[in-house]
Design a protein around this ligand. Structure first.
Ligand SMILES: NC(=O)c1ccc[n+]([C@@H]2O[C@H](COP(=O)([O-])OP(=O)(O)OC[C@H]3O[C@@H](n4cnc5c(N)ncnc54)[C@H](OP(=O)(O)O)[C@@H]3O)[C@@H](O)[C@H]2O)c1
Length: 258
């Protein structure tokens, strides 16, 4: 019997990443649940998947560090013998959320390392591995899915580095989509709106109010499951003639209205 398909989800231990891990496991994927600092959260996701009869392992690793990225890809191969899907989900917001005129290089460096350099070089590493596996017949095709943000195009003056890192991810998606199409690796951007997670917990009341006032047409918070279902549709190959695509998961926030 062939081995089940395998996915690596960065930042898979909490929030949106956790939702994606659970959904991929439901679809039969063996999952590498990456985390950076909180093994307890990753272990809980692994336990939840195992309790439902799935396969998963927790893997510590800072996506901003080259050795850690390499170790994450090797972990998928060691544990599951293949890597079919990479989800670049790990991301952090601007440190201290300072105004544009007070923004610091320290925040810039960690935000760009985590949100852009990490996903770029992890995609490169995973893509080379996927190409080898496709050429040897180990996997039929591959997928790379980048979790961006509405902050890629809707600016916040107190999160300049975050906005710019996500804007660059849009171009990164198209670059890899163009380069990898000939190898049967589809590359997609999933662009969430405001989603309930630890990241948005500090601004919960602000968005409760703005949502009630109609900031986007579907008047509720986004949930990790909303993003996870979009990832599921992509990995299930419901978009076989698409690549480099952006999927808005934002309650309609991207619609400009007069
Ligand atoms: N929530 C939203 O409204 C929203 C909207 C649009 C886009 N997004 C994007 O969606 C993604 C997930 O957001 P979220 O709200 O689910 O975040 P979250 O609840 O804060 O969870 C972040 C996850 O990323 C991990 N992580 C942080 N730094 C890492 C690093 N250097 N290397 C590896 N893993 C790291 C964390 O692991 P530890 O706990 O171990 O540190 C955790 O698993 C991010 O890219 C974010 O920008 C979120």
């Amino acid at each position: 019997m062939s081995k089940p398909r395998a996915a690596l989800v960065t930042g898979g231990s909490r929030g949106i990443g956790r939702g994606i891990c659970l959904e991929l496991a439901r679809l039969g994927y063996a999952v590498v649940v990456n985390y950076a600092t909180r093994p307890d959260a990753a272990d809980a996701v692994v336990a939840e998947i195992a309790a439902a009869g799935g396969r998963a392992v927790a893997a510590r690793g800072d996506v901003g560090a080259a050795d850690d990225r390499d170790a994450l890809v090797r972990r998928a191969l060691d544990e599951f013998g293949r890597l079919d899907v990479l989800v670049n989900n790990a991301g952090i917001t601007s440190q201290g959320r300072k105004d544009l005129l007070e923004a610091t290089e320290e925040s810039w460096d960690v935000v760009f390392d985590t949100n852009l350099k990490g996903p770029f070089f992890l995609s490169q590493r995973a893509a080379n591995e996927m190409i080898r596996q496709i050429d040897s017949g180990t996997i039929p095709d591959g997928k790379i899915i980048n979790v961006s943000s509405i902050s890629a195009y809707a600016i916040s003056l107190n999160r300049a580095d975050y906005c710019m890192s996500k804007a660059a991810m849009v171009t990164m998606t198209r670059l890899f989509a163009q380069r990898l199409a000939e190898h049967r690796i589809g590359v997609f951007e999933v662009c969430p709106g405001v989603v309930a997670s630890d990241m948005t917990a500090p601004v919960r009341e602000k968005y409760d109010r703005l949502i009630a006032e109609g900031l986007w047409p579907i008047r509720r918070w986004g949930q990790p499951e909303d993003v996870a279902k979009t990832v599921a549709a992509i990995v299930l190959d419901y978009f076989p003639f698409s690549t480099g695509q952006t999927f808005h998961v934002d309650g309609g926030f991207h619609i400009r209205t007069l």
